[in-house]
Design a protein around this ligand. Structure first.
Ligand SMILES: Cc1cc2nc3c(=O)[nH]c(=O)nc-3n(C[C@H](O)[C@H](O)[C@H](O)COP(=O)(O)O)c2cc1C
Length: 330
């Protein structure tokens, strides 16, 4: 369904006063969910979008519009509702920069409370903030007063298995003005692998009066139905399964996308990357998407290893043509 058709539909849930007209949401992913990828996913059915996380200290120092941190915050009107995701370890700084960033026009400011990267979490930002729910309560109270737009959070279940304090964290957030919580159903220690515990999302949802997004290992339309059934979450947040397969937001199975359709999307995606980053860097960082768009050709390892070396449009085009030839023959 297109965004314009969806605009006429009743909201599935609201973030403060902001209606969200769908139950599938692209997860924030650093290095992936930039303007090109978000536009594509939003068109195909993601009901709202989050930017990649931005470090509040970095953004404070990058005044130039073309700086890496500022490019992360570029968005189109059609993407709305747009959440800017921020992280940092000094509460006053987070509040100060959130206030500055709201003037760039996002619908929501989201605080990252889930990043497991050591240099971030161990400095007390990202998942490091989960250790002190009372402090989080004070921070959200301050953010709610300082901002005229809703403030939301993306959390994990806790620091590790011995400190799964998600109920305490969710309560502190909600009691202090947080308007939505996205829950990645793993601990910080688990990073991005190991079993997800959707039952924890169900526990949070059962107690919450604000919308809850369930996240972690949703890879197929069947998984979307399962997480909703098991947790009663208001929406489903999808990360890795969308890379190379943005059609997941239209509830299409990965295997059902013909290679020609995938390659047509890859071309468009590459064009937008070049528009945002320029030809050199755009081609370079498109590699990680390119290999995922041709997942059909798993047997053709050589083609994939050549795709990760492409550095200009002509090289991509020649490999896309080769991929089409191979698929015709097989
Ligand atoms: C490459 C990558 C980058 C990520 N960057 C972010 C980020 O910037 N902010 C965030 O909250 N989570 C980030 N995440 C976590 C995802 O949002 C999501 O919680 C996680 O991948 C689990 O969902 P999935 O199983 O659907 O991928 C990242 C994950 C990956 C794989």
């Amino acid at each position: 369904m297109t965004c314009s058709k969806r605009a006429a539909e009743p909201p599935v849930f609201s973030i403060g006063t902001i209606p969200v007209r769908g139950d599938l949401v692209l997860a924030p992913m650093d290095g992936f969910t930039d303007w090109p990828f978000r536009v594509i996913c939003r068109e195909l059915g993601s009901a709202m979008v989050y930017t990649e996380f931005v470090n509040v200290d970095e953004i404070a120092h990058s005044r130039r519009a073309e700086s890496a941190a500022r490019l992360k915050l570029k968005y189109s009107e059609m993407e709305r509702p747009v959440a800017f995701q921020i992280y940092g370890h000094v509460d006053e700084r987070l509040v100060e920069i959130a206030r500055v960033l709201q003037d760039l026009g996002p619908d929501i400011i989201d605080l990252n409370l889930g990043c497991a990267i050591r240099k971030i979490a161990e400095r007390g930002a990202g998942a490091g903030m989960l250790k002190d729910p009372a402090r989080l309560g004070r921070l959200f109270a301050a953010l709610s007063v300082a901002l005229r737009i809703p403030v939301t959070a993306k959390i994990r279940l806790g620091w590790d298995d011995r400190s799964r304090n998600y109920l305490e964290v969710a309560k502190a957030l909600e009691d202090n003005g947080c308007a939505l919580i996205a829950v990645h159903a793993r601990t910080k220690e688990q990073a991005l692998s190991g079993p997800v515990d959707w039952s924890a999302i169900a526990e949070i949802k059962a107690r919450a009066r604000i919308p809850i997004l369930g996240n972690g290992n949703v890879r197929t339309p069947g998984d979307m139905d399962a997480i909703k059934r098991e947790t009663h979450c208001d929406g489903v947040m999808i990360g890795r399964a969308a890379i190379g397969h943005p059609w997941i937001f239209s509830r299409r199975e990965k295997e059902s996308i013909p290679l020609a359709e995938s390659i047509a999307m890859a071309r468009r995606h590459l064009g937008m990357m070049i528009e945002l980053y320029g030809p050199e860097y755009g081609c370079l960082i498109f590699r990680k998407h390119a290999v995922r768009y041709v997942h059909h050709l798993t047997s053709v390892g050589k083609l994939r290893s050549r795709l990760v070396l492409c550095s200009n449009v002509a090289e991509y085009e020649s490999l896309f043509a080769e991929a089409m030839e191979i698929s015709k023959q097989s």
